[in-house]
Every structure is written in structure tokens, then in C-alpha cells.
Ligand binder design. Structure first.
Ligand SMILES: [Zn+2]
Length: 382
């Protein structure tokens, strides 16, 4: 038997930044599971460089629990690390390394639980799903969900082990990523009446986005979230080629992170109306005047009822009922909506340490998760 701490050290040693392959890490997990007689099903991306893994411990029948985690991590470039990011190092009560908290810590605890689960006579299956490309918008798991959706033996509910300090996350926001393309007309910068400045169109549009954000921030507040309302945010902008040219093109990327109670379609419709109003003002004079918004990625919000069976189940195993909302997105919303399966987010570590230089997880958090999973196996074995 290998401890979660030792397995975590192995997992951290694979530099599975989302843009790179996770094949070696998946190989390691597949071999580890094979040592305990467990087969894995892999679902890859088109290029066959990245893989989701699905494995089932126990009887092949409906019911049981799905434990889910992502294998990719965010980059370390531009961050001031004082330890080697892809070599787990233990210092006092902490283990440092990229992904220790988000979320290889949970994956390590799940793998450390496997021998115990295999040795127990499980009455229902424990499904394991490890995905890729979560950090770039829950992209990778979609292929896996196609397979799970078509499968006959669907689990009863799902636990996604993103870091919540082992609190029970019942809600998170959804996310829609969009590109806004603004079209004006070029001219010499001295002849300001001859051109239509696409950067100005973008600024007006961004003003509308900020207005909408401010409106949402003064609406109904959901105090279980750190930021208790839906949010809008502009992340990147490009436009113009030279100071003495009126730019005819500008584009920016923005997002809506919505509470389950805010309909993204309606918010988007309103922004599209604003876009048409802004660009329409100039169309008599400049026929190319236009602002277009295209969605490039979307995943749904999660909202599991406080009185759902899974909340009781997880709360019993944890020995507490600390329920929370989560500000960051996870795969739980997508799993829950695609598979019509109640899901909660519950895992070791805190996102306060995620995505940062010198990311670490407390060993006590790994221990708490080990205990939780060991109780889970006991419960399912009854
Ligand atoms: Zn994560």
C-alpha cells in the first residue's frame, strides 16, 4: 500500500500543464490500477495526446459513487517559485508543488484508497474519472461524459474533489467565455472624421459590460459565495497597428460567471442588443460598423439542494455539515447536468493556495480526505 503523500509526490512529478500531454501521468494511474486488477477505459482528444481515464471498482451495476478529478494544472511561467514546482517537497506540515492542492492531492487520496476498496466487498461500484483540460474551461471531460451518458451503469451521485477544505460545496457559478469583435473604418489619424475607431467601439461595449456587472452586483445577493452575485469581466484586448492610423479592428475576450439563478442567454441577449445599438449609430456613415459577440466556451453552474441525499451522505462521512458555495467553476456543474446526477464538490486543500507560486497542501488535509474516503468505502461495503 502506498500513502496518499507518496502518490502525490509521483503525480506532481508529471508536469501536466493543460497545454501539454498528460499521457505519462495517465499511464502511471492505469498501471497503478492494473496492479490491483482494475481495468481503465481511456478517452483521448483528437490528437491522442491527452486522456481521460474511467475505472470502476466493485460490481458492474448502476448506483454507487463517482469520484472525479482533473489531472491538468495551471502554468508556472511568470510566477516566482522558491521551490521546484514539479518536485513535491515536504516542509513542516506542508507539501509544496504545482497541483498539490488543485487537485492532485484529491487524486492521490483516491488512488491511495484503491487497495482498501478492492479488498472490501463493495455492494455498489465506486467509479473513478480523471480528466484533462479542466483548467482551460472544463474541456476534456466532455468526451468522457459522452461515454458515461451512453453507459448503462450510471452512478447515483458524484463527488468532485476540488479543494474546499473538505467542506461540502453545493453550488458554483457557470461560465461563458466570449470574443467580441469590433469593426470600424481605417483612416489617417489626423482625419478623424474620415474613419471609425474600432477601439472606441470596444470601449463603449466594455462600458456596457461594466454597467451590467454593476447592476448584477446590486441585485439579489447569494451570501454563500465570496462574490455573492454573477460577474462579468474583460480579460484581454487587442486593437490598432500604429498611432497614426485610426484602427478598423479591435477584439477583446470577456466572460460571464453566472449564478444558477441568472440566465446567461438573457444576459448575452442584452449585450447583443447593446452591441447593435452602439455599432448601429455609425452605420449610415460607415457601412462596416459592427460589433459581434461569439461564445467560445461554456459550462453550467452547479446547484444541488441542501436537502439532497448526497449532501446527507457526504456530511455523514465527514462528520460535519459545513455547506458552502464555491466562487470558481468545476466539472461538477457539467457532470450534474449532463448525467442528471446530483453532485457536490468536496476535496482537500484550499483554493487560497491554488494557481499561485509555492502552491502547497497541508498534510492534515490529505489525512482528512484519506479518512473520508476510507469511511466511504466502509459505507459502500455494508
Ligand atoms: Zn481544479
Amino acid at each position: 500500500m502506498t500513502s496518499s503523500e507518496d502518490i502525490l509526490a509521483r503525480l506532481v512529478s508529471f508536469p501536466t500543464i493543460s497545454k501539454d500531454s498528460n499521457a505519462e501521468l495517465i499511464d502511471y494511474i492505469r498501471n497503478y490500477l492494473a496492479d490491483y486488477g482494475i481495468d481503465s477505459i481511456l478517452v483521448s482528444n483528437d490528437e491522442k495526446t491527452k486522456f481521460n481515464l474511467h475505472a470502476v471498482i466493485g460490481p458492474d451495476k448502476p448506483g454507487g459513487v463517482l469520484l472525479s478529478g482533473h489531472t491538468d494544472v495551471v502554468p508556472v511561467e511568470g510566477q516566482n517559485w522558491t521551490v521546484a514546482p514539479f518536485c513535491a517537497s515536504r516542509l513542516g506540515d506542508r507539501i509544496y508543488g504545482r497541483g498539490t492542492t488543485d487537485m492532485k492531492g484529491f487524486v492521490a487520496c483516491v488512488l491511495a484508497m484503491v487497495p482498501h476498496a478492492v479488498a472490501s466487498k463493495l455492494a455498489e461500484p465506486i467509479h473513478l474519472v480523471f480528466s484533462y483540460d479542466e483548467e482551460i474551461g472544463c474541456i476534456g471531460i466532455r468526451g468522457m461524459l459522452d461515454v458515461l451518458e451512453a453507459g448503462h451503469a450510471r452512478p447515483r451521485f458524484c463527488i468532485v474533489g476540488e479543494p474546499t477544505s473538505m467542506k461540502i460545496g453545493i453550488a458554483h457559478k457557470g461560465k461563458t467565455g466570449m470574443t467580441c469583435r469590433c469593426y470600424g473604418a481605417s483612416a489617417h489619424s489626423a482625419l478623424t472624421t474620415e474613419g471609425l475607431n474600432a477601439i472606441y467601439l470596444a470601449c463603449d461595449m466594455i462600458g456596457e459590460i461594466r454597467n451590467l456587472h454593476n447592476e448584477l452586483s446590486s441585485g439579489v445577493l447569494h451570501e454563500e459565495f465570496g462574490v455573492p452575485h454573477s460577474t462579468l469581466h474583460v480579460g484581454t484586448i487587442q486593437g490598432g497597428t500604429a498611432l497614426n492610423i485610426i484602427p478598423n479592428y479591435c477584439e477583446f475576450k470577456f466572460e460571464i460567471r453566472n449564478l444558477e439563478t441568472d440566465n446567461t442567454g438573457l444576459l448575452l441577449k442584452r449585450l447583443q442588443n447593446s452591441a447593435e445599438t452602439i455599432a448601429g449609430r455609425y452605420r449610415n456613415e460607415f457601412e462596416d460598423s459592427d460589433i459581434r459577440i461569439d461564445v467560445f466556451n461554456q459550462y453550467p453552474a452547479l446547484r444541488t439542494r441542501r436537502d439532497a441525499q448526497i449532501v446527507d451522505f457526504v456530511s455523514d462521512l465527514l462528520g460535519h455539515n459545513e455547506i458552502t458555495g464555491i466562487d470558481f467553476g468545476t466539472e461538477a456543474g457539467m457532470i450534474s447536468s449532463r448525467l442528471s446526477m446530483p453532485a457536490v464538490v468536496c476535496g482537500p486543500g484550499s483554493m487560497d493556495q491554488g494557481h499561485k507560486p509555492d502552491e502547497y497542501i497541508l498534510i492534515s488535509e490529505l489525512n482528512r480526505c484519506d479518512v473520508f474516503l476510507s469511511r466511504l468505502v466502509h459505507r459502500i461495503a455494508q
